[in-house]
Design a protein. Structure first.
Length: 346
């Protein structure tokens, strides 16, 4: 069984999406574990990691997501385990997830050093499992180069086998390959792939937004798959909004109090993916009916407009199991830009 530890230099580099794309493209029986969880979910009175639940659902692994991680809290794990018992637990996770599988993907925490005090960082995991290390690097062009040089010069990788690096979310692919790839090759780092930034992958759906805001869907439940590209805070008058070019952008979400009939009506007459109704105020039945006719979801939340805008501003557009278009796009990108032959016969 092939074993890969997937890590990154910084959070939100695309590790989980990379695992999904590789697993889909390689078309082999896969197992998955994430020993140190960092995206906590509370489901069915148990603690899960978001990514374990996602991978489990996409690939029908029939594992208990709660048993695909050892834990989530540094202090608690430090109290319970030492180096040897941590390694034992990691090997137990591997045994359970890797049975009858061709490939085991092991996802590291939010960055390469995360969990080092617990021996659960990516390098320690690769060493414990005799796995190959794949490092995902993303960011601005100059920071990508900084990260690669830092990795080469200052991170001790002698004790593990490094499969290579995957450079992700590159804004201008052709320029990057022309200008920077020759310098990277001089560092003797095995570049497994360079993937371009794709706007669709950085967006989320109305369904995802509703879930994150714990919103009640007043109407439009069948249209929650709409993409969200722009967020508009409807604090101005309806006339001012109509005269603003921003208000006429496509796939927008308008945040406004439920008693702002003028703003809600204006949003319903434009290209709107959803309206978030704040202060737990439902609009008039007439506007609810109009939203239903226009197939525009109305999402009801308790906090005020300012608080909801702050919440949305920090939402990370995580992949969801029902994002079939995104999953297909990721698979196609992996097939096109990653050297899959490097993973085929290790």
């Amino acid at each position: 069984m092939q074993r890969y530890v997937i890590t990154s230099m910084h959070p939100n580099a695309g590790k989980t999406s990379m695992i999904v794309g590789l697993a889909k493209a390689l078309q082999k029986k896969i197992g998955y574990i994430k020993p140190f969880g960092d995206r906590l979910l509370y489901r069915k009175k148990r603690l899960w990691d978001y990514d374990t639940a996602l991978i489990n659902s996409i690939f029908d692994l029939e594992q208990d997501p709660a048993e695909m991680s050892i834990g989530f809290d540094h202090a608690r794990l430090l109290y319970i385990f030492d180096k040897e018992t941590i390694k034992k637990k990691v090997l137990e996770l591997q045994e359970g997830a890797g049975k009858d599988k061709d490939i085991l993907f092991v996802e590291g925490g939010k960055e390469i050093s995360y969990g080092v005090s617990l021996y659960l960082d990516a390098i320690s995991l690769a060493r414990s499992l005799s796995a190959e290390l794949v490092i995902v690097i993303s960011g601005k062009e100059e920071t990508i180069i900084d990260d690669i040089i830092f990795l080469k010069n200052h991170v001790h990788l002698d004790a593990v086998k490094v499969k290579g690096i995957i450079i992700n979310k590159v804004p201008n692919l052709e320029d990057f390959i022309h200008i920077h790839l020759p310098k990277i090759n001089l560092l003797n780092m095995n570049v497994l792939g360079i993937l371009p930034h794709h706007e669709e992958l950085s967006q989320f759906s109305v369904h995802f937004l509703a879930d994150r805001l714990f919103a009640k869907v007043v109407t439009g439940e069948s249209f929650l798959n709409r993409p969200v590209k722009n967020i508009i805070v409807g604090s101005m008058s309806a006339n001012a909004a109509k005269n603003s070019p921003v208000f006429h952008e496509k796939n927008k979400v308008v945040i406004t109090s439920g008693d702002r009939d003028d703003m809600i009506d204006a949003a319903l007459d434009s290209d709107t993916s959803a309206i978030v109704l704040t202060c737990n105020i439902e609009p008039s039945p007439k506007l609810v009916s109009k939203a239903s006719e226009r197939e525009i979801p109305l999402l009801l939340v308790s906090p005020d407009t300012y608080q909801i805008a702050k919440q949305i501003d920090v939402i990370e557009p995580l992949l969801q199991a029902n994002d079939s278009k995104k999953i297909l796009l990721i698979e196609q990108m992996i097939k096109k830009y990653v050297k899959l032959e490097e993973f085929a016969g290790s």
